[in-house]
Design a protein around this ligand. Structure first.
Ligand code: ADP
Ligand code: MG
Length: 666
């Protein structure tokens, strides 16, 4: 705890260094300092002092370029500058000015941009984002920024997120005001439960597929997987524990409240989660945590894997996006009791929940699109993560209350107290939360928050939260417009609940019956990630994002194209890797044992043929569809044959680390 926050420029650290210039950390809380040259000069001077005391004399803007939703590294962009100049005497001396702190002009024209920039009009700028703190890693001061084109188009993950929060806040403030509650603004708060694998580094080094694709594209399961459920929440392997401890400690230094650690269901799978907080800094911190995990794991002879499905046959990894809306004054708008107490208006909570229900029902396609990370192809609907049908679980108590509300009943929502009898006098009866857990719902309400559970582990969750903010802004606007038009707020909510009730589902989302039932209800179901990405280009979505000032049509279409290209690019790497592994390593080794390789070679030829077909296609959507077929059919068939050969091949002749080597650390 002693060095908690030592590497982040907020609180006591900022007080200490800004004090010399007659300011304090309060200056940073009011984001307007970035528009005030004199104040910005003070911050720059304080940062230089802090950096020199901390052996950090390099400065960089730190941004989140589009299309960098990778499985390894590269999720953030940075160009380092040493903070020095030459004095009149010709000698080098330290120098750092507000201009460099606030703005940067960068090239970065090699990033995918979906047509937003041509190389001959490639001007782009980084601009400091004051909502997320400046921090130090090694010898460098990092300042989070946005990344915007010469023509004002967002080239990054962050601008749409900030714009979406602005839109959501404006509409929510307006709606609350119409219901008699005044607030300075509304923000979205999230807490991310990050799952990942930690595997032995030496085995990882003997897996070209893990190194290049982030997942195994071949490999037979050993007899023992997760059948016994003996990994879940088990005592931590000592080696992994040391690594997690250091990750936590480094996170603490950076002011990242990484509170929880435990083992997950699959062998060598872990989870860490912080205390929740404001969406922009939480996302920045999550990107940092992923980077720390990769770097620190290497020190412990481990490799950290964030891809959603690194191993077939055991659970994949997700990143639960716990989400709520709160006022600037600290009121959690998803907490019925608090809302009633602070606002004194019993209708506000049900009206807000009705708006969320409306948002989810009207735009479930967008929620699906936001989680269409290539690795999520292998998780969604695979009995381990929620299916590709978006619905929301509200729990019996809230559902019953809203049922009444819809039918004209009014009054406070008071979750019914529940008790559990332990049957043991020592404990007696326990009071428990009203809301049960439903782990089969993609978007359950959990008392004081919603939890978007279907998010992929490797994702930068900016788009996920941009979508949540925007669809809520849209619903809040619709409600506020109707109230201004003369309708009563509770009637607006009741009417919306009637119309969108079908999106509420409290049962088992993994069951076969639900698939049929969801079909009957006419809910949107998009099994394929590629088709989900395509939804970004749907007219209703283009219009909504543009209308609310979150993204222009061009910006959204660029994102669709980048997502499709990213998918195709990854599959190309996977297929190329499979061809190499079979041709260069497996076939020669297996041949020496006398086992036939004919069938395997035939399957490999099919992979090559499909790969060629992919290369000859020009249209991004058609290309992505061929890539999906290549990945989920042709490569999967080839894998079956190779895995069978692995099962009969003498262990010493198999040229790669096996699943047993990769999955069992202890
Ligand atoms: P579980 O979902 O397994 O119960 P936890 O209780 O540890 O997991 O909580 C998961 C995450 O949800 C944590 O990061 C926590 O801080 C976050 N969280 C809790 N309350 C809220 C809230 N009101 N808004 C956003 N996130 C929240
Ligand atoms: Mg959870």
């Amino acid at each position: 705890m002693e060095d908690y926050g030592q590497k982040v420029f907020v609180g006591a650290v900022a007080d200490k260094y800004l004090g010399k210039y007659g300011e304090s950390s309060a200056l940073l809380k009011d984001h307007s300092w970035v528009k005030d040259q004199a104040k910005a000069e003070k911050v720059a001077a304080a940062l230089l002092d802090w950096g020199r005391d901390s052996n950090a004399t390099v400065f960089t803007h730190w941004f989140q370029p589009l299309g960098a939703n990778g499985v390894r590294h590269g999720q953030t962009g940075q160009v380092h500058n040493y903070m020095f100049t030459f004095g009149a005497d010709g000698k080098p001396c330290f120098k750092f000015k507000a201009g460099e702190l606030l703005r940067g002009e960068t090239d970065g024209s090699s990033y995918p941009n979906g047509g937003l920039r041509a190389t001959h009009t490639a001007g782009a700028y980084t601009v400091l984002d004051p909502t997320s703190p400046i921090f130090i890693l090694d010898d460098t001061i990092y300042a989070p920024t946005i990344f915007i084109s010469y023509h004002g188009q967002s080239l990054d993950e962050k601008i749409p997120l900030l714009r979406s929060e602005q839109a959501m806040s404006a509409q929510c403030v307006r709606l609350l005001k119409l219901m008699g509650h005044t607030t300075a603004g509304v923000q979205s708060n999230i807490g991310l439960e990050q799952e990942f694998f930690l595997i032995p580094r030496d085995s990882y080094d003997r897996r070209p597929d893990l190194q290049q694709c982030g997942r195994t594209i071949l490999g037979k399961m050993p007899p023992r997987g997760q059948e016994m459920c003996d990994h879940y929440m088990a005592p931590l392997n000592q080696h992994a524990l040391n690594c997690l401890r250091e990750i936590q400690h480094e996170a603490f230094k950076l002011g990242i409240p990484l509170k929880t650690r435990h083992r997950e269901v699959a062998p060598n799978q872990y989870e860490m989660a912080p205390y929740f907080g404001h969406v922009t800094s939480q996302i920045d911190q999550n990107l940092l945590v992923m980077q720390l995990c990769e770097e620190i794991a290497a020190k412990y002879e481990l490799a950290a894997l964030f891809q959603e499905k690194p191993f077939s046959g055991v659970n994949g990894s997700g990143k639960h996006n716990n989400w709520s809306l709160g006022t600037k004054e600290g009121l959690n708008l998803m907490n019925a009791g608090q809302v009633a107490e602070v606002t004194g208006n019993l209708d506000i909570f049900p009206v807000l929940i009705a708006a969320v229900v409306t948002a989810v029902d009207k735009h479930s396609d967008l929620m699906r699109a936001a989680i269409a990370d290539p690795g999520n192809d292998f998780r969604l609907g695979a009995m381990e993560a929620p299916p590709s049908i978006i619905s929301t679980y509200l729990g019996d108590s809230l559902t019953e209350y809203l049922e009444g509300f819809k039918g004209g009943k009014r009054g406070e929502y008071k979750p019914k107290p529940r008790t559990v009898d332990t049957g043991c006098d020592l404990f007696g009866t326990l009071e428990v939360p009203t809301e049960d857990r439903n782990r089969t719902s993609p978007f359950p309400y959990g008392g004081h928050r919603f939890e978007f559970r279907a998010v992929g582990s490797a994702q930068n969750v900016s788009m996920v939260n941009t979508v949540l903010n925007t669809i809520c802004a849209d619903a809040f606007k619709e409600f506020a417009d109707k109230i201004e038009g003369g309708m009563k707020a509770d009637d607006v909510a009741a009417e919306a609940l009637k119309e969108h009730w079908k999106i509420i589902f409290n049962g088992n989302g993994y069951s076969e019956e639900w698939k049929a039932e969801a079909g009957k209800r006419g809910l949107c179901r998009i099994d394929s990630g590629v088709e989900a990405m395509e939804q970004l280009g749907a007219e209703k979505n283009l219009e909504m994002f543009a209308k609310l000032g979150v993204m222009s049509k061009e910006e959204l279409l660029a994102r669709r194209d980048i997502a499709l290209q990213h998918y195709t690019g990854l599959v190309e790497i996977e297929a190329g890797c499979m061809i190499d592994m079979i041709t260069q390593n497996i076939v020669p080794s297996v041949k020496e044992t006398g086992i036939s390789t004919a069938q395997m070679e035939a399957e490999c030829a099919k992979v090559k043929a499909k790969y060629e077909e992919l290369e000859h296609e020009e249209d991004p959507l058609k290309k992505a569809k061929i890539a999906r077929e290549l990945r989920l059919d042709v490569m999967a068939n080839a894998r079956k044959v190779v895995d069978e050969v692995e099962s009969i091949c003498p262990a010493k002749s198999w040229p790669f680390a096996t699943y047993r080597d990769l999955l069992f650390l202890d």
